[in-house]
Design a protein around this ligand. Structure first.
Ligand SMILES: *Cc1c(COP(=O)(O)O)cnc(C)c1O
Length: 421
């Protein structure tokens, strides 16, 4: 089907029918892998044209076939993946693939920030992103203003009052606290100032199936494809998407300079995972909801952090207005602190003690000593990450086996001594 014909089908159909032309892969029904580092030009004139277009001196006209040059610049498997992934992100017009989620995030930030500029971001962020923004980019003279996730008023104020704010960076729900940020409200705050900062959303936690940031006004959507998109915990990758292709142009140039395009084999693997991402995420979310709700009230647990268990009315409103499903991630806060969290992790038999998320196998980790161990005590307190928290990513195992595993592990937890009264 042509792009035009697939406009009116659903994403699960479009991902299998658009963006790939079998005639360019000798009739193969699924894409072939093209590992070449360099490409033979059809003529010297075509080579000249390819360089003019690749360097941005000239732009390709619609429907024009421009020769490929060299695989650090572009290659067929990246092009196929970038076309096919569009179907999964409503509103996206263009995509770029990177060799990790951090590569996509770093390249996006370097494209839109210069010394003296500022970035406003929600907190907590993914540990790597937090480190990048709060430490590394600060040394390059980029000012960072962090706002506690869920504090809409503070986010609005920070966007309006920070000098030279060029990027608003949001992760929602936050990792590992699952606190929600209202994307539409943030996009409106950004649109009210001039020049308008670029609104970037790291959609790794609920996307691409359950949360669609372009629909709520985001400019760039970023992914760690290592998580749900890859889905089997066997590949590292990243994606940046935009609703205006021109917004990806500076990232595209930097990707050539940084050399961080996703490699052909990885593109081919990731492409094969796209048609099942919605299936997997639906199953994972349904299981996670059953388990999270069943664990709520367990005597060893102080709180279960999960979108369907939100107590705050405003948080619940955001969840219902911008997410289709609650997702496969929840965090339990054990009453016995770090000791109880470690006991729990040690006692798990099915779920494995590992970082990362979104895969078909269930994983659990202690954020404060692993993914967020780079946070200072003040940063963790600010972000609401406590030592009793265990973050869980539910896979596609039978949910009843997982629930039984969690329940037996909770029995192994030493409850804190009752206060002498
Ligand atoms: C894993 C993750 C990243 C980083 O992605 P990599 O593929 O590991 O580089 C960024 N953001 C979020 C929310 C993540 O979970």
């Amino acid at each position: 089907m042509s792009q035009q014909e697939t406009k009116h089908v659903h994403p699960e159909t479009a991902v299998l029918t658009s963006g790939f032309d079998p005639s360019l892969s000798v009739g193969s029904a699924r894409p072939a892998v093209f590992r070449s580092s360099t490409y033979v030009f059809s003529s010297p004139e075509a080579a000249e044209r390819a360089f003019d277009v690749a360097t941005g001196r000239k732009s390709a006209v619609s429907g024009e076939h421009v020769d490929l040059i060299y695989a650090r610049i572009n290659h067929p498997n990246a092009q196929i993946l970038e076309e096919q992934i569009l179907a999964l992100e409503p509103g996206a017009a263009s995509a770029l693939v990177f060799n990790s989620g951090m590569a996509a995030i770093m390249t996006a930030l370097m494209a839109y920030l210069r010394p003296g500029d500022a970035i406003v971001h929600t907190s907590p962020l993914y540990g790597g992103t937090e480190h990048l923004v709060e430490e590394y980019l600060k040394e390059w003279g980029i000012h960072a203003v962090e706002v506690r996730a869920g504090d809409q008023e503070a986010l609005d104020r920070a966007i309006r009052e920070t000098l030279r704010v060029k990027v608003v960076f949001i992760e929602t729900p936050a990792n590992p606290t699952l606190v929600m940020t209202d994307l539409r409200a943030a996009a409106e705050s950004a649109a009210s100032i001039s020049p308008k900062p670029v609104v970037m959303v790291d959609n790794t936690f609920l996307g691409p199936a359950f949360q669609h940031p372009f629909v709520h006004g985001a400019d760039l959507v970023l992914y760690s494809a290592t998580k749900y998109l890859g889905g089997f915990s066997d590949i590292i990758g990243g994606v940046a998407l935009a609703k205006d292709p021109a917004m990806l142009a500076p990232l595209r140039s930097l990707r050539v300079l940084f050399g961080n395009i996703m490699q052909p084999d990885e593109c081919w693997i990731l492409d094969s995972r796209l048609p099942t991402v919605t299936l997997r995420m639906n199953r994972q979310s349904k299981s996670a909801q059953r388990i999270a709700e069943a664990l709520d009230g367990n005597p060893a647990i102080a709180r279960v952090l999960y979108p369907t268990l939100l107590e705050d009315a405003e948080q619940s409103r955001i969840f219902h207005s911008q997410c289709d499903f609650p997702g496969a991630m929840f965090t339990i806060e054990l009453k016995g602190g770090k000791q109880a969290a470690f006991d729990f992790l040690r006692a798990l038999k099915i779920a494995r003690n590992a970082v990362s998320l979104g895969g078909v196998e269930t994983l659990a980790c202690h954020p404060l000593t692993t993914t967020h161990s780079g946070f200072s005590a003040e940063e963790s307190a600010f972000a609401g990450i406590t030592d009793g928290m265990v973050r869980v990513s539910i896979g596609i195992e039978d949910w009843r086996d997982l629930l039984a595993d969690f329940e037996q592990a909770l029995k192994a937890v030493h409850l804190p001594p009752r206060s002498a009264s």
